[in-house]
Design a protein around this ligand. Structure first.
Ligand SMILES: Nc1ncnc2c1ncn2[C@@H]1O[C@H](COP(=O)(O)OP(=O)(O)O)[C@@H](O)[C@H]1O
Ligand SMILES: [Mg+2]
Length: 458
C-alpha cells in the first residue's frame, strides 16, 4: 500500500520561486526512502507538504489513500501520523527546557501523564540526551538541538517519520545512532523518509532512493537502479557510493569482476580474481618453513593460514602458493604464485532474541543467562541490534564487535569462517534471517544460522 502519494504536486513560494514542478511520487508503507538532490532541489519544500505545513499550488498529497485536508482539526490529526524533523532545529524547538520540548507533542495528544513521561524518557534516551533534560535548548550545540528535535518526533510515535537532513549536524557516532533508531522503528513497521547528502548512507540504508533536481523527480528506484544510471548521477551532480567507485577502479585493473556491487557484501564477492601475493599465518608446527617451499592455503577462524600440502590430508586444500621467506609457526608469511581458490568453511550466526521495550525490554533478561550463552558458544564476534539488545550487552559488560550495520558485518565475518552471535530485538530478528537466507541463495556459500531462545527472568 502507498502510505504517501503525491500527484502533480506544484508549489511556488510567495516571491514567485517555483520550487516544485509537478512531483508525482508513491511511497510504500514500511519502506525506507532516501531523498537526494543538490541544495535548492526542493527536498525541504516537498517534505513540508507531507505534514501539511505547505499547501500545494497545484496537485495534491494523499496520505493513506485520503487527500490531505487543510482545516486545523485535520492538520492536527495529520501531524500525529506524520512526524517531521525540520532541517533547522531552531524552527522546531521552543520550550524552556529540553524535557518540556519533547513532552509538548505527547501532552497535546491528551495522553496520561505517566505515558508522557515514559515516552519522553525513552525518546531522550534513544538520542543520548537524557543528561540534558532540564537544560534550556538554546544553550545546546547544533547537533544536540538536532537530537532534541528528533526526540520530539520519536515521542509522538508517528506512523510515518520524515526527517530533513537528520544527520547533517551530527558527529559520525551520532549519525550512526540515529540510523540505528530509524532501523529499529522501521523493523516495527514505521515508514521512514529522510533527505541526505550522504550518498554512502543512502546506498547502505534505503530500500528506495528518490533523486530530486530543480523541483522535479529525476528518478525513483532501488539503490541498484539509481547507481546503475551513471549518466543521471553525473548530470545531477551526485556521486557514486564509495564502494562502487572502488569497485570500478579495481575492475579496470582486472581485480574485480561482474556487475557493479550494491553493498559492501557484493563488493567483497566481486573481488574474484586470486591475488598474486598474499599474507598468511604460518601454522606449520614443528619445522620451520623455507623460502621456495610449496604450501597449501586455507581460511581458519577468519585468518588465512599456510599448511603442509602433503601432510594435512584432511584439510582438503584447494589453493596453493610458494613461500617467499623462511618463517616459524605462528609468524606471518608472504606467499606468491597463488593457484586455486580459497573457499573458507563458513562460520555460523546464532541469533539471540531480546524482548522489545514493550515486552519488558532489557529488564526482562537475566544477565547470567546471557553470559552463559556466550560462554557456551564462544563466538568469535558479537553484535547487537536494537536499543534493548544494546542495553543488555552493555549491562552484561560484554565487548560488542558490531553495533552498526550489524547484519552485513555478521555475514562478512561468517563468510570468513567466524562464528557470530547477534543479540536482536523484535522485527530485526526476521531481518537478519532474511538477509542470511538471501545471501546463501546468491553466494552459494551456506552460512548456518539458528535462533537461540533464552529464558526471560521477569
Ligand atoms: N521561503 C522561501 N521563499 C522563497 N523561496 C524559497 C523559500 N524556501 C526555499 N525557497 C526556494 O525554493 C527552492 C527549493 O528549496 P528547498 O526546498 O529548500 O531545497 P532543498 O531542501 O532541496 O535544498 C530553492 O530555489 C529555494 O531557494
Ligand atoms: Mg533542504
Amino acid at each position: 500500500m502507498d502510505i504517501i502519494k503525491t500527484e502533480g504536486l506544484e508549489y511556488a513560494y510567495p516571491d514567485g520561486t517555483q520550487a516544485l514542478k509537478g512531483i508525482s511520487i508513491a511511497i510504500e508503507k514500511g519502506s525506507k526512502v532516501a531523498l537526494v538532490g543538490n541544495n535548492g532541489a526542493g527536498k525541504s519544500t516537498l517534505f513540508l507538504h507531507f505534514n501539511g505545513t505547505l499547501r500545494p499550488t497545484r496537485g495534491m498529497v494523499i496520505i493513506e489513500g485520503k487527500p490531505i485536508k487543510y482545516d486545523s482539526k485535520s492538520l492536527i490529526n495529520l501531524r500525529t501520523k506524520v512526524g517531521m524533523v525540520f532541517q533547522d532545529p531552531d524552527d522546531q524547538i521552543f520550550a524552556p527546557t529540553v524535557k518540556q520540548d519533547v513532552a509538548f507533542g505527547p501532552l497535546n495528544l491528551d495522553l496520561p501523564r505517566d505515558e508522557v513521561d515514559r515516552r519522553v524518557k525513552y525518546a531522550l534516551k534513544s538520542v543520548g540526551m537524557e543528561a540534558y533534560a532540564d537544560k534550556p535548548p538554546h544553550f545546546l550545540s547544533g547537533g544536540q538541538k538536532k537530537r532534541v528535535a528528533i526526540a520530539g518526533v520519536l515521542a509522538m510515535e508517528p506512523e510515518i517519520i520524515v526527517m530533513d537532513e537528520p544527520t547533517s549536524a551530527l558527529d559520525p557516532q551520532g549519525s550512526l545512532d540515529i540510523i540505528e533508531i530509524l532501523d529499529e522503528l522501521n523493523a516495527d513497521g514505521k515508514t521512514i523518509i529522510f533527505s541526505t547528502h550522504d550518498i554512502d548512507l543512502a546506498a547502505m540504508w534505503a530500500n528506495s532512493i528518490c533523486v530530486l533536481n530543480e523541483g522535479k523527480i529525476i528518478k525513483h528506484g532501488t539503490p541498484d537502479q539509481i547507481f546503475a544510471d551513471h549518466t543521471m548521477i553525473s548530470e545531477t551532480g551526485l556521486r557514486l557510493p564509495t564502494f562502487v567507485q572502488t569497485f570500478r577502479e579495481l575492475k579496470v585493473r582486472g581485480i574485480s569482476g561482474g556487475d557493479s556491487p550494491l553493498t559492501m557484501l557484493n563488493f567483497v564477492e566481486s573481488v574474484s580474481k586470486p591475488f598474486d601475493v598474499l599474507k598468511a599465518r604460518c601454522t606449520i608446527a614443528g619445522a620451520d618453513v623455507c623460502a621456495g617451499e610449496n604450501v597449501g592455503l586455507i581460511m581458519k577462524n577468519g585468518t588465512l593460514c599456510t599448511i603442509r600440502v602433503d601432510a594435512d590430508l584432511n584439510a582438503k586444500t584447494t589453493a596453493f602458493g610458494r613461500v617467499m621467506h623462511n618463517a616459524k609457526a605462528g609468524e606471518d608469511i608472504v606467499v606468491s604464485e597463488i593457484t586455486g581458490t580459497i573457499t573458507p568453511k563458513t562460520g555460523e550466526i546464532n541469533i539471540v532474541p531480546i524482548p522489545r521495550i514493550i515486552e519488558g525490554g532489557s529488564r526482562a533478561v537475566d544477565l547470567e543467562t546471557i553470559r552463559a550463552v556466550i560462554a557456551e558458544h564462544s563466538p568469535h564476534k558479537i553484535g547487537a541490534m536494537g536499543t534493548s539488545a544494546k542495553v543488555v550487552v552493555r549491562k552484561a559488560g560484554i565487548q560488542c564487535d558490531f553495533e552498526v550495520d550489524v547484519i552485513q558485518s555478521s555475514i562478512l565475518a561468517a563468510l570468513r569462517g567466524l562464528n557470530v552471535m547477534v543479540f536482536a530485538t523484535g522485527g530485526m530478528i526476521e531481518r537478519v534471517i532474511q538477509k542470511i537466507e538471501s545471501n546463501n541463495k546468491h553466494s552459494g556459500q551456506e552460512i548456518k544460522f539458528s535462533s537461540l531462545a533464552i529464558q526471560a527472568s521477569l
